[in-house]
Design a protein around this ligand. Structure first.
Ligand code: 13P
Length: 308
C-alpha cells in the first residue's frame, strides 16, 4: 500500500501544477504583436525538447496534445509529465497546456478538470448550427472552470505527420460563418481554414485576404493550424496580420523520427535506449528554438512568469 488515498493524490496533483493559463501568454502576445508556438507533443522526448527550447530561447510556449497522444500516453501521465517538466526543466519560462482537436466530450471534460487551461472543440466537420451548439456546450462547462475554449470553423484538412506532396483540395472557411460562430459561441480563440493544412503539402498557403477579413471583424485571438510546411515569410506576414498562436506538429514528428532512424542505423548494437533517444530531444529542441525565433516569442519570457 502506498498510503496515498484519493485526497492525498488530489493534493499532490494540485500542488504539482506549475503551468500558466494560456490567456496570460496570449494576451502578452496580442499586446506585443508576436505569436506563441503551440507544439504537439507525442512522448517524453518531445516534452523535454520543447521545454529546453523554451528555456534556451527565453520564450513562452504552449504544449498541446491531440486525442491520439492522450490515447498513447494516458491523460494523467501527460499532465504530470508536462507540469513536472515545466516546474523542473523550464521554471524560468511560462508554459501552458492545451487540448488540440478535441472531438470527444469525455476527453474534453477530463482535460478541463485536469489542469489544461484551454481546450479545442473541433466540430468543424458538422453543419454550422451543430458546430455552434456543441461548442456552446463546451464553453459553458469550460468557462465555469476558468478554462479557455478554441473553436473551429471550416475543417482544416490533412493529418499531422502527413508529408504527401499535394492535397486534392484545401477548402476555406466562410467569413460570415466565422463571424456568426464567434458571436454565438463566445469562444476565446478561433481557428479557421485559411489555406494551410495539417502536415506538409506543396499546395498549402495562407489566404491573406481571408485572414485580414476575419481579423477585421473578429477580435479574439486567431490560431493558425498547420504551421509545418508554410514558408517562413508567410508565417511572419500572418503574425503581422494578427495571428497569435501557431500550431506546429509535423515538423516535430519528422525531427524525432528522422533522428531516431539515423541514430539507430548507426548504432545497431546499442543496448541503452537513452543513448538512442537523447539525440531526438536535441533535434526537437533545435526545431522548436527556430520556430520561437521565427514567431517572435523568443526573449519574451523575462520576468514574465505568470502563475495561476
Ligand atoms: P502541422 O502538423 O502541419 O504542423 O499542424 C499542426 C496542427 O495544426 C495541430 O493542430
Amino acid at each position: 500500500m502506498s498510503g496515498f488515498g484519493r485526497y492525498d493524490w488530489q493534493f499532490v496533483i494540485t500542488n504539482c501544477i506549475m503551468l500558466v493559463h494560456i490567456k496570460d501568454l496570449v494576451s502578452e502576445a496580442k499586446k506585443n504583436n508576436y505569436a506563441i508556438g503551440a507544439f504537439n507533443i507525442t512522448n517524453l522526448e518531445s516534452v523535454l525538447g520543447v521545454a529546453r527550447a523554451a528555456v534556451k530561447a527565453d520564450s513562452p510556449a504552449i504544449i498541446q496534445v491531440s486525442e491520439s497522444a492522450i490515447e498513447y500516453m494516458g491523460l494523467k501521465p501527460i499532465t504530470h509529465i508536462v507540469s513536472t517538466v515545466a516546474k523542473n526543466v523550464a521554471a524560468s519560462v511560462p508554459i501552458a497546456l492545451h487540448l488540440d482537436h478535441g472531438t470527444n466530450f469525455d476527453t474534453i471534460f477530463e482535460c478541463i478538470s485536469s489542469g489544461f487551461s484551454s481546450v479545442h472543440i473541433d466540430a468543424s466537420n458538422l453543419a454550422l448550427d451543430e458546430n455552434i451548439n456543441l461548442t456552446k456546450h463546451v464553453v459553458k462547462v469550460a468557462h465555469a472552470k476558468n478554462v479557455w475554449v478554441q473553436g473551429e470553423v471550416g475543417a482544416i484538412v490533412g493529418s499531422h505527420g502527413d508529408i504527401k506532396s499535394k492535397l486534392k483540395e484545401i477548402p476555406l472557411a466562410k467569413l460570415e460563418e466565422v463571424i456568426k460562430f464567434v458571436k454565438e459561441t463566445k469562444v476565446d480563440t478561433i481557428a479557421a481554414a485559411i489555406g494551410t493544412a495539417h502536415g506538409i503539402h506543396a499546395n498549402e498557403d495562407i489566404v491573406f485576404s481571408l485572414l485580414k477579413a476575419i481579423k477585421d471583424k473578429v477580435k479574439i485571438p486567431f490560431v493558425l493550424h498547420g504551421g509545418s510546411g508554410v514558408l517562413d515569410a508567410k508565417i511572419k506576414k500572418a503574425i503581422k496580420e494578427g495571428v497569435n498562436i501557431i500550431n506546429v506538429g509535423t515538423d516535430l514528428k519528422i525531427a524525432f523520427c528522422r533522428t531516431l532512424i539515423e541514430v539507430c542505423l548507426k548504432n545497431r548494437e546499442e543496448a541503452d535506449p537513452r543513448n538512442l533517444l537523447k539525440p531526438t530531444i536535441a533535434a526537437i529542441e533545435r526545431v522548436v528554438f527556430g520556430k520561437m525565433k521565427l514567431f517572435g516569442s523568443a526573449g519574451r519570457a523575462v520576468g514574465n512568469k505568470i502563475e495561476t
